[in-house]
Design a protein around this ligand. Structure first.
Ligand code: FAD
Length: 392
């Protein structure tokens, strides 16, 4: 009953489904155990045109500037070969920083290898003492001032960075003002750090309660010399760039959460039709029917909203408030759907061999990353003119 896809999209979906099912699904179990997805999966996806589908043909992209194609990839990846946020983080979260904020030379240098899957991308904003309060970051970039051009020297550390262990290219946010005035808190620059740069190192892969195939790492920068050619946009306006691009990142996460929730619902519907108790399928109990009827209705409603946001993003009309609403609604619903679906599985739902048990631990982070859901409410509330200053 979704109205946003046409025949071209459906054809693309069929091919993507076959790719995830035949090429990647057989490896998911091993990737969950080893804690990361093999690099060849990126290269394979790239060779089929499944990375940065929106990128211009002159960089090697498919030039399909229609977010519905990325949405289809997210949905089929979750359903057939659930490997976390690897591909969509790379394609719809990080690469747009280079495409939209970078200059032509940077696009020519970095996009082709991201499209082919030769390079894996990551973005590093969060620090041990600055997550929700990004303006409190301590990682600092200062101009080199040693007569060798406009290079910058980067010092600090980042934490919880997805794709952090494997990334070849990391977009790093760092403070660029040495002034202590409150307004200087938002003076932040964005720097492209490349694997192999002197002073750039990675900590251990972090152990997590879910998303085991997703590598998550701590990154360290000790006097890393970043050439001027690797500065993304105006080095004092990184905060504004992040605020703008985070709307799309949050929509991307909303798409993923809806795919998880829809998948959990479908496999639970099959389960309650099969599993018997008191001489009948457990789906025949009024409680099961009511729980699933409620969830089905909410899934349909939120999916409509997320689909509408995708069309808004296509028209470049997705604003920060709307992106925050999509993230809040979809991730909250994902949590509730998966919890209720696990309950309907009974003890089986607690067993690792049932997908729903893994979905439960995997889903918990959705309400936390890309800005917590409390911060989403702050953003939406501020849009209503209800910030603390308004209250006074
Ligand atoms: C698996 C995983 C992957 C991640 N990937 C990345 C990545 O690739 N790149 C990256 O930069 N970051 C990444 N993150 C970091 C993530 O975005 C942050 O963890 C998140 O923004 C929350 O920040 P924090 O952990 O510092 O929590 P805190 O900011 O310390 O928040 C703790 C609690 O306080 C609440 N809180 C804070 N401020 C307010 C407020 N003003 N009003 C009400 N409540 C408030 C929060 O909602 C939360 O409940 C990842 C995190 C995880 C767990």
């Amino acid at each position: 009953m979704r109205l946003i896809f046409d025949a071209d999209h459906e054809q693309f979906r069929d091919a993507a489904r076959r790719f995830f099912l035949n090429e990647l699904a057989p490896h998911v179990e091993r990737w969950r155990e080893q804690g990361f997805v093999d690099r060849w999966a990126f290269e394979k996806a790239g060779s089929l045109g499944y990375l940065l589908t929106w990128a211009d043909e002159k960089y090697g992209g498919a030039g399909m500037s229609d977010l519905r194609y990325e949405q289809i990839l997210v949905e089929e990846c979750v359903r057939q070969a659930d490997i976390g946020i690897y591909f969509n983080l790379h394609s719809t979260v990080v690469a747009p920083y280079i495409a939209e904020i970078g200059d032509e030379a940077q696009r020519e240098r970095f996009l082709p290898k991201a499209i082919s899957g030769e390079h894996i991308l990551a973005i590093a904003m969060t620090e041990p003492a600055a997550g929700s309060d990004l303006a409190g970051m301590r990682t600092k970039a200062v101009r080199a001032h040693d007569g060798e051009g406009d290079d910058w020297i980067l010092n600090g550390s980042k934490i919880y960075i997805s794709n952090g262990m494997q990334a070849d290219v990391v977009v790093v946010a760092a403070r660029t003002s040495s002034e202590s005035k409150p307004e200087s808190r938002h003076t932040i620059g964005l720097f492209i750090v490349e694997a192999g740069m002197a002073g750039f190192s990675r900590g251990k892969k972090l152990k997590k309660m879910g998303l085991p195939a997703q590598d998550t790492a701590e990154l360290f920068f000790e006097n890393v010399r970043v050439p001027a050619a690797n500065v993304l946009g105006d080095p004092t306006r990184g905060f504004q760039h992040m605020a703008r691009l985070l709307a799309k990142e949050r929509l991307s996460l909303a798409m993923t959460s809806m795919a998880h929730a829809q998948t959990a619902f479908d496999l639970t519907l099959d389960f309650v039709k099969e599993r018997q108790a008191f001489g009948r399928p457990i789906g025949a109990f009024q409680n099961s029917r009511f729980v699933l009827a409620q969830l089905r209705s909410e899934l349909d409603a939120v999916q409509c909203f997320v689909d509408q946001c995708v069309l808004l993003a296509n028209d470049r009309k997705l604003d920060a408030d709307t992106g925050a609403k999509a993230k809040l609604l979809a991730t909250d619903l994902e949590g509730r759907v998966i919890d209720a679906c696990l309950q309907l599985h009974g003890g089986a739902g607690y067993m690792d061999e049932y997908r729903i048990s893994r979905m439960y631990t995997d889903a918990r982070v959705s309400r936390i990353f890309a800005g917590t859901n409390e911060i989403m409410k702050e953003i939406i509330g501020r849009g209503l003119g209800l910030d603390e200053r308004a209250a006074r």
